[in-house]
Design a binder for this molecule. Structure first.
Ligand code: NAD
Length: 473
């Protein structure tokens, strides 16, 4: 898995930045039709390079072509189609009513672009997580510099071709590089920074943004729990959990990070998950064309250490556990009997290892979840409305699914994002458009203002008017 990224030079970045700086107001004045035209061209060029994208992601980490279609191209197309359908109404000023004391005025919200934007993306969904926010930023009328992850060099190369064939760089440009380039970009003044990645790096981005008071969207990660209660129908749900955990070899921000299952269902769950994993990837996932590799040696070693430390701390591997360093391969793995202090229960896993812990009382679940950072996602599998309500009302998360995992991100009518440690701000659909937009408050004084009746000097008559206003309006 080669990662020979062709780092963009600082002088080229400075040049792009200067061009975008002098062009962003022109882009900001574009009409809905002009932006829609750009989105259509973008979609056409992504489709043109579908095969190249599939080949590149296979080379980067053996992502199967079907998953490139379903989880990279399709979500971006969903965003493009949704924006094309709704952009005219999103851009239209929203008129709002005024209080009676403001009689003779009109007020409305005007949607103006934030201006110069920076999008920094991770490697796990290298195209989706770069291009989906890009759609929102284009729809909102911004100029954009894109900085994909340095770990998926083949995919980056194809995305660069797509961007360069579709857009002029004075409007949208993709720059290549790792931490050095990212740091150099974060040193520049942007109106908005949209970052997807780890919470620790999110903090670096947030402090960099503070320098210019740039607004930020932070799409971060963490440990997303899956609760399975005593009423859950294991047979019916096991495929959903297996799919969400082991697709992309677990390298998903909204994968079930760990399962907390009612003790009465543990044995059935372990057995069913084991059978289901074998159904998806065969008895030897290493030879399955549908199973990915870990992105690189660094992440492979991180996961290996989590697993080894957890086993030392008492964890039992009840399925899988085979690792191949030469291939960055980790078999889908289930671990039980692990202490809460173990590595697998302390750190975001972001890989194909699923810890399964048990509970007796619902209160234990709440205590565990609420003693940790608020998760990006929280899933509940249950047939009891009462239990579902209890788990939802007593926890907080960026998003949740009931009797499903991860697919909420696919509904463009829902906001996507985290809360606090798992993220700040929301993306996708209209929420993404708003994130890249300044909702400008507009106020027009059409007739003489009532304020004129209450300006100094405060005579007795004016004081009476003020008294009446306070009392009645
Ligand atoms: P990462 O934070 O290491 O890297 C993300 C981006 O930041 C990359 O482009 C990288 O070059 C850049 N970067 C890394 N270190 C930097 C630094 N010190 N200064 C400036 N820039 C830096 O994340 P990753 O390993 O690519 O992705 C995994 C993490 O991302 C996980 O925590 C996962 O949960 C999270 N994630 C979140 C979402 C979401 O939508 N919320 C989606 C995917 C991944």
């Amino acid at each position: 898995m080669v990662t020979d990224i062709q780092e963009t030079s600082i002088s080229v970045i400075n040049d792009i930045y200067a061009q975008q700086k002098s062009y962003h107001r022109t882009v900001g004045k574009t009409t809905a039709s002009e932006r829609i035209k750009k989105l259509k061209k973008f979609q056409k060029n992504i489709l043109k390079y579908r095969k190249e994208l599939q080949d590149a992601m296979w080379k980067d980490f053996r992502k199967p072509a079907a998953e490139v279609d379903l989880t990279e191209i399709y979500p971006v197309f969903t965003e493009i189609r949704f924006a094309i359908k709704n952009l005219r109404s999103w851009m239209k000023p929203t008129h709002v009513s005024s209080p009676v004391t403001m009689i003779g005025t009109t007020s409305w919200i005007q949607y103006e672009p934030k201006g110069m934007c920076l999008i920094i993306a991770p490697w796990n969904y290298p195209m989706q997580l770069l291009f989906a926010p890009l759609v929102s930023a284009i729809a909102a009328g911004n100029t954009i510099i894109l900085k994909p992850s340095e770990f998926t060099s083949h995919t980056v190369r194809v995305m660069k071709i797509i961007i360069e064939e579709t857009f002029d760089r004075k409007e949208i440009a993709l720059v290549e590089g790792g931490v050095t380039i990212s740091t150099a970009l974060l040193d520049m003044k942007f109106s908005h920074i949209f970052f997807t990645g780890a919470p620790e790096i999110g903090k670096i981005v947030m402090s960099a943004a503070a320098k210019y008071l740039s607004s930020i969207t932070l799409e971060l990660g963490g440990k997303s729990p899956t609760i399975i209660d005593e009423t859950a129908n294991i047979k019916a749900i096991v495929q959903r959990i297996t799919w969400a955990k082991f697709i992309n070899a677990g390298q998903i921000c909204i994968a079930p990070d760990y399962v907390i299952v009612h003790e009465s269902k543990k044995e059935e769950l372990v057995q069913s998950l084991s059978n289901q994993i074998t159904k998806h990837y065969g008895s030897d996932a290493m030879h399955s064309p549908d199973y990915l590799r870990i992105i690189n040696a660094k992440h492979f070693s991180r996961l290996k250490a989590y697993l080894e430390n957890t086993i030392k701390q008492g964890g039992k591997v009840v399925y899988g556990g085979t690792l191949d360093e030469a291939e960055n391969y980790i078999e889908p793995t289930l671990v039980t009997d692990l202490p809460l202090e173990s590595d697998l229960m302390q750190y975001e896993i972001f890989g194909p290892i699923l810890p399964i812990i048990t509970y007796k009382n619902k209160e234990e679940v709440i205590e565990l979840i609420n003693s940790r950072e608020k998760p990006l996602s929280l899933y509940v599998y249950s047939q009891s409305k009462k239990n579902i309500n209890y788990f939802m009302q007593n926890t907080s998360a960026g998003g949740s699914c009931i009797n499903m995992s991860a697919v909420h991100v696919g509904n463009p009518n829902l906001p996507f994002g985290g809360i606090n440690n798992s993220g700040i701000g929301k993306s996708r659909g209209h929420y993404g458009f708003i994130e890249f937009t300044n909702e400008r408050a507009m106020f027009n004084q059409k007739f003489p203002s009532a304020i004129q009746l209450m300006t100094p000097p405060y005579t007795e008559f004016k004081q009476k008017l003020i008294d009446l206003t306070i009392k009645y309006f």
